[in-house]
Write a protein that binds this ligand. Structure first.
Ligand code: BG6
Ligand code: MG
Length: 214
């Protein structure tokens, strides 16, 4: 098999934390009377917290100081973390856990490549502490997706070449990042039709077949 490793995005791929991001941003937007909907939220997928805030504030018609922006980003994160703290290992879908274990039995190295600075907290809440061979996240990078930095870091922590690594993403910014980094790319959800997706998939279980074919 030419594929040696799989790097997973976290929010929207391993778990459904993307809905908590939406709810937390929506709370901030409503308080500031800024229009916000799923279409605007979709542009935030994969990008950093502060870049997501910039997208939200585009609709405000006002200028915010750097200090105000940092306060808003912190407030959003407090709301978001209040959802994360309620998560338990039961929030990890059985199919997801099964697919991860099957890929591991196929001797593939497994990693996380996420822009989130909450990655460690989420993996802990899901009972996945220490499960992955490498974790690259928003606390370790300068540029979030669509920059390939987080995936290149994950690949280098695993000691694998991007061309022998499959990245799994649900966000256009993530697909672009993986493509730019020279990875093989599987896309879920919104990402199935994104140019750059080599393998559109419906569920993580589809990865087992793809990896055994490649
Ligand atoms: C990505 C999400 O995984 O992490 C984005 O798709 C989010 O929506 C980004 O903005 C940063 O997340 P956090 O947890 O550091 O605020
Ligand atoms: Mg995602």
């Amino acid at each position: 098999m030419s594929i040696e490793a799989v790097i997973f995005d976290l929010d929207g791929v391993i778990c459904h934390t993307d809905q908590y991001h939406y709810q937390a941003w929506k709370t901030i937007a409503d308080r500031l009377s800024i229009p916000f909907d799923e279409r605007i939220n979709a542009r935030m997928r994969g990008v950093s917290r502060l870049e997501s805030l910039e997208i939200l504030l585009e609709q405000s018609g006002k200028n915010f100081s750097q200090e105000e922006k940092e306060r808003l980003a912190e407030e959003k994160n407090r709301i978001y973390q209040s959802f994360l703290r309620k998560m338990t290992p039961a929030d990890l879908e059985r199919e997801t856990f099964r697919a991860l274990n099957t890929l591991r039995e196929m001797n593939l190295k497994l990693a996380i490549g996420s822009s989130s600075r909450n990655t460690a907290l989420i993996l802990h809440r899901l009972g996945l502490d220490g499960f992955f061979d490498a974790v690259a996240d928003g606390t370790q990078i300068k540029h979030s997706k669509p920059n390939p930095e987080v995936f290149l870091l994950a690949a280098s922590l695993l000691g694998v070449q991007p061309s022998k690594t499959l990245v799994v993403e649900d966000a256009p910014a993530g697909i672009q990042a993986a493509k730019m980094g020279g990875f093989v790319v599987a896309g879920l959800g919104d990402a199935v039709e994104e140019p750059g997706t080599d393998f559109p998939i419906l569920a993580l279980n589809d990865l087992c077949l793809i990896c055994s074919m490649l």
